[in-house]
Design a protein around this ligand. Sequence first.
Ligand code: PAF
Length: 288
Amino acid sequence: MKVFRTISEMQSYSKSLHKDGKTIGFVPTMGYLHKGHLSLVKKAKEQTDAVVVSIFVNPTQFEPGSDLNRYPRDEKGDIDKLESNGVSAVFIPTVKEMYPEGYQTYVEVTELTKNLCGRFRPGHFKGVTTVVLKLFNIVQPDKAYFGKKDYQQFRVIERMCRDLNINVQIVPCPIVREKDGLAMSSRNIYLSKEERKDATIIHRAIEKGKKMILENERDAKKVIETMEKMIREKKTLKKIDYISIVDLHTLKDVSFIDSDVLIAVAAYFGSARLIDNAEVILNADYDA
Ligand code: PAF
């Protein structure tokens, strides 16, 4: 597996792959890789000739006072994992390489970023879209893989590609969970034993909300109230940013549920901000 740290090395490698008629599957990450990331790598390997992974803790997507400085890192462990999972190349640039002095260009998706995490993390998605577009220009992928745990991120990047005519196919991939239902995340490392146990309520509350909707509850407020009650019972809950039921495509709040929706939650257990969600497809067969 090749390890590139400069933009020019990465670009020439991608150019040579394309010249040989090979397709590139790209998995952008911030490192500290877990099974969720590796499931994206697996999908990329199934669908493309060469898989490129980037590891870059992108400072422009962390709002002031958030966890940029303590974000977990393990470059050596990540490289080992990627190597044993058949990745062709990993791109690990420095902050200076990505944002040299004088840097001043940003990309923003304006509407899809207004609700959910965008409401609580000002500037976050502007940082995400900017770095993802830069990475696309560097890696030149045919397809790029994003986990649906960051559902809003997936929709925002899909929109950016459509709006700016970026020729990269965005492939959304299912959320990967621990055995007890907690969605895998690099941030789970921040949880104490008790917080870790309490945090599993997020997935259970979402499943309860989904069941209510599939059993014909149409009032979003009632579903949200039931979920909120479940989550608030946990002692180590610090704060709920949102429990929302939104249109699957526009991500706008829905009050009467008569089309496919996303149930999404962001809550702090201890100092860890956790997010999770589920799509609810109304006309799908459902076994209660
Ligand atoms: O999902 C992430 O890990 C990041 O937001 C991404 C897409 C790698 C951009 O920094």
